[in-house]
Design a protein. Structure first.
Length: 111
């Protein structure tokens, strides 16, 4: 007999069981000094460079705010999704400086 995956849902025989929001919580955002960010340089198709910032622990809105700030200060486009900030071009040094000024722990990482 095969077991079907339940997708993380625990079934209950209690008809009044409240399961709304179960397992959907975003982690609370750590303060900047507790964040451990890594700044990478990636190459995409067409030999385009992208600065990738990973390691942010927190809410999606806070990640978007940080990404928006970095894009604005660097004067470039980019996006934020799945806990990663992408900036068009090689802006590692500027991003490291901006993150340090904001109180974040950040290091340059390989490729």
């Amino acid at each position: 007999m095969k077991k079907r995956p339940t997708g993380g849902l625990v079934y209950s025989t209690n008809p009044n069981q409240n399961v709304s929001g179960f397992g959907d919580r975003e982690p609370s955002t750590l303060p900047p000094p507790q964040q451990d960010l890594r700044v990478h340089l990636d190459r995409l198709k067409g030999n385009k460079e992208v600065t990738r910032i990973v390691g942010f622990i927190g809410k999606g809105d806070d990640l978007s705010d940080l990404g928006r700030t970095l894009k604005s200060k660097c004067g470039v486009g980019g996006n934020t999704k799945d806990g990663v900030i992408l900036l068009q071009g090689d802006h590692r040094d500027k991003v490291l400086k901006l993150l340090a000024e904001a109180g974040y722990k950040a290091k340059k990482a390989g490729g």
